[in-house]
Design a protein around this ligand. Structure first.
Ligand SMILES: NC(=O)c1ccc[n+]([C@@H]2O[C@H](COP(=O)([O-])OP(=O)(O)OC[C@H]3O[C@@H](n4cnc5c(N)ncnc54)[C@H](O)[C@@H]3O)[C@@H](O)[C@H]2O)c1
Length: 323
């Protein structure tokens, strides 16, 4: 299979790219190295992919179009490129959310439509479309009520995918990811900050009282779900929750991290941030049934894997500074 991975240099996109290459597939990776975090981190995310002759990086901003040749070359498109993150989506940066989430998706869908629509698109949607969910765990047919500008743009792009399927037969599947974690997690995400602060013995900031819960999903489980969505004919036109299988509070996660760090954490609790919801929980019945989805990673093991990755990152940084 020859696949296009948009957002290939990002946290999740780079894991998916590595997995496709290891599985014998060819990957065309598109990324514009957006400034939501350091380009150097994104370049490092692709270090493994560049070892393969079957990987080609196309540095391109999807929102500007120019995708014709690229779309023609692939059978499957994994669309992860986006401006992620709830907190930054207020104020002046909203323009980037509209461009990178909505315009970029529209350009991609238009190109697929114009080129004949033969490719399957797997869209990386989010639990943020639910907002304060009316029930936990939340099934896919719960009313989407995003509580952040980010969630609004991701839901709008998900709707675009759906209507290009209905109107023009562009085959798409939307996967609603729930709080993804693991090695290479984005620097703006909580566990990345927590792991680094725990290792350095620096103050660690929690928004809210720490009793908020999330259905944390290990990145390898997300990758498995994306493979399944691309391979399952019956999934076309569908929407699937992809969660980790249990809800964990931030304070419970901090308890585990204290053990991994081997010392007490210096935690400060701060005001809840606008856009953050209290709890999330995925009803994954549909994904289990249709996609054979079965999250394999326990939370304690997954968090330890991210912590150990951060240990490596910190060691590399110290060596570079000393040289
Ligand atoms: N990380 C999570 O917990 C989570 C949860 C739910 C959904 N998602 C979704 O998963 C996807 C990947 O998230 P991530 O955490 O890996 O984010 P990330 O920022 O690490 O990766 C996104 C990548 O997309 C690229 N990009 C942005 N706009 C682009 C454009 N116009 N053209 C080309 N490339 C562009 C960025 O440079 C970046 O490398 C996103 O669609 C996000 O909304 C993530």
């Amino acid at each position: 299979m020859r696949a296009l991975v948009t957002g290939c240099a990002g946290f999740i996109g780079s894991h998916l790219t590595d997995s496709l290459l290891a599985g014998g597939h060819e990957v065309l990776g598109v990324d514009c190295f957006n400034d939501n975090y350091a380009r150097a981190i994104k370049r490092a995310n692709l270090a493994g992919a560049h070892q393969w002759d079957t990987f080609e990086l196309v540095p391109l901003d999807l929102s500007r179009g120019g995708l014709d040749d690229i779309v023609d070359e692939v059978e499957v498109i994994f669309h992860l490129a986006a401006e992620p993150g709830v907190r930054a989506s207020w104020g002046g940066r909203f323009e980037s959310y509209v461009r990178n989430n909505l315009m970029a998706t529209q350009q991609l869908l238009e190109t697929i439509k114009e080129r004949g629509g033969g490719q399957r698109l797997v869209y990386a949607s989010t639990s943020s479309v639910y907002g304060h969910a009316e029930m936990l765990p939340t099934p896919e047919d719960a009313l989407p009520q995003p509580y952040s500008p980010y969630g609004v743009t991701k839901l709008a792009a998900e709707e675009l995918c759906h209507l290009y399927w209905g109107n023009h037969g562009v085959e798409s599947v939307a996967l609603r990811f729930f709080s993804v974690y693991g090695p290479r997690q984005r620097p703006d995400m909580a566990f990345n900050h927590f792991c680094r602060a725990a290792l350095r013995g620096e103050p660690l900031h929690v928004f809210g009282d720490g009793e908020q819960t999330r259905d944390f999903t290990y990145v390898a489980d997300i990758v498995q779900a994306m493979h399944a969505a691309a391979a399952t004919r019956e999934a076309v036109g569908g929407i699937y929750n992809i969660g980790g299988g249990c809800r964990v509070s931030v304070n419970d996660a901090l308890g585990l991290l204290t053990g991994y760090a081997g010392r007490p954490l210096d935690v400060s609790y701060e005001a809840v941030v606008h856009g953050d919801v209290r709890d999330t929980g995925a009803d994954t019945t549909r994904a289990r049934h249709d996609l054979g989805y079965a999250p394999a990673q326990t939370f304690a093991e997954g968090l330890l894997a991210e912590f150990e990755w951060m240990v490596d990152q910190e060691r590399t940084t110290r060596i570079r500074r000393a040289a």
